[in-house]
Design a protein around this ligand. Structure first.
Ligand SMILES: Nc1ncnc2c1ncn2[C@@H]1O[C@H](COP(=O)(O)OP(=O)(O)OP(=O)(O)O)[C@@H](O)[C@H]1O
Length: 250
C-alpha cells in the first residue's frame, strides 16, 4: 500500500491528535564501568491515540528497552514517560504494577501461553488477576477470542494450535481487560509472512480507536506499512519519524 508520507525530525508533533505516550529526555544504561552500555540516549517522542505506532531500527538500538520503559516493566535512569496523562516514571513499583494491569496489554514474539490451560482460560488471565471470578472471566475471554476469529478453538490447549492461532489467543489475552495502550514486541517474528500480515491486521483493527493506542516494536520491514507513525531508532536515539496518512490517495 502507499499513502502520503511526511518525515519529521525526532520530537516534532502531529497536530490535532490526543497524545497517548509522551516521552521526554529518556535515558537508560545497563551495567557499569567497562561493561556500561547506553541503551537509551535521550529519547523524545510522542505517540498518538487512534494510531498504530512502530518502533524500528537495527538490532541492539534500544527498541525493546524503550518499549519496556513505556510499559512500566523497566525503570529508566532519567526522563519522563506519560501514558494518557499519567506519569509512569513517577509511580511507585506497586502503583506501576496496578497501572499496567489496568491500562496496558502486552503481545510478545513468544506467545507465553500456559500449556495446561485452554485458549479461553489463557485469554481470561488478566481478568482473573483483576479479581473477576473464573466463569465470567472465561465467558468474556470467549467473546474476545470469537472477535479475533478463534470462536471454534475456545477449549483447545496451546499444543493443539498453530503459531498464528496461539498469537491470536495472546492478542485476545492482551485485549480482554480493554486496555488503553497495547504494546507489542516483535509480534510477527515467529510467524510466516502471510500469518504475520493477518496478525498485524488484527492488532490494527482491534486497537485503533480514538481512545486507544498501539505501539509495535518490529524489525520486519514487510509490516512497516501498517504504521501510522514510525519512529526509527539508532544507537539509543530516535533519529527519524515518519508520519503516514493512511487515508491519502495512493
Ligand atoms: N538486561 C540487560 N543487561 C545489559 N545490557 C542490556 C540489557 N538489555 C539490553 N541491553 C543492551 O542495551 C542495548 C539495547 O538493547 P535492546 O534489547 O533494547 O535493543 P533492540 O533494539 O530491542 O535489539 P533487538 O532488535 O536485537 O531485540 C543493547 O546494546 C543491549 O545489549
Amino acid at each position: 500500500m502507499s499513502g502520503a508520507l511526511a518525515t519529521t525530525r525526532a520530537g516534532e508533533g502531529a497536530a490535532g491528535l490526543q497524545t497517548a505516550v509522551r516521552i521526554r529526555e529518556l535515558t537508560k544504561h545497563f551495567g557499569s564501568g567497562d561493561q556500561r552500555v547506553q541503551a537509551l540516549g535521550g529519547i523524545n517522542l510522542d505517540l498518538y491515540a487512534g494510531q498504530m505506532s512502530l518502533i524500528v531500527g537495527p538490532s541492539g538500538c534500544g527498541k525493546t528497552t524503550l518499549l519496556s520503559v513505556i510499559a512500566g516493566i523497566l525503570n529508566a535512569d532519567q526522563g519522563e514517560v506519560t501514558i494518557f496523562g499519567e506519569d509512569v516514571t513517577k509511580m511507585s513499583d506497586r502503583a506501576k504494577t496496578k497501572f499496567r494491569a489496568r491500562r496496558i496489554g502486552f503481545v510478545f514474539q513468544q506467545y507465553n501461553l500456559l500449556p495446561a490451560l485452554t485458549a479461553a482460560e489463557n485469554a481470561s488471565i488478566p481478568l482473573v488477576i483483576a479479581g473477576w471470578s473464573k466463569a465470567p472471566a472465561v465467558r468474556k475471554a470467549g467473546e474476545v477470542l470469537t472477535a479475533v476469529g478463534m470462536g471454534k478453538k475456545l477449549q483447545s490447549l496451546p499444543s493443539q494450535l498453530s503459531g498464528g492461532q496461539m498469537q491470536r489467543v495472546a492478542i485476545a489475552r492482551a485485549l480482554v481487560h480493554d486496555p488503553h495502550l497495547l504494546v507489542c514486541d516483535e509480534p510477527t517474528a515467529a510467524l510466516d509472512h502471510d500469518t504475520g500480515l493477518t496478525v498485524m491486521e488484527l492488532i490494527r483493527e482491534s486497537v485503533v480507536r480514538p481512545d486507544r493506542a498501539v505501539v509495535v516494536v518490529t524489525h520486519d520491514n514487510r509490516v512497516f506499512h501498517f504504521g501510522d507513525r514510525i519512529a526509527h531508532m539508532d544507537d539509543g536515539r530516535v533519529v527519524e519519524i515518519e508520519d503516514r496518512d493512511r487515508h491519502a490517495a495512493a
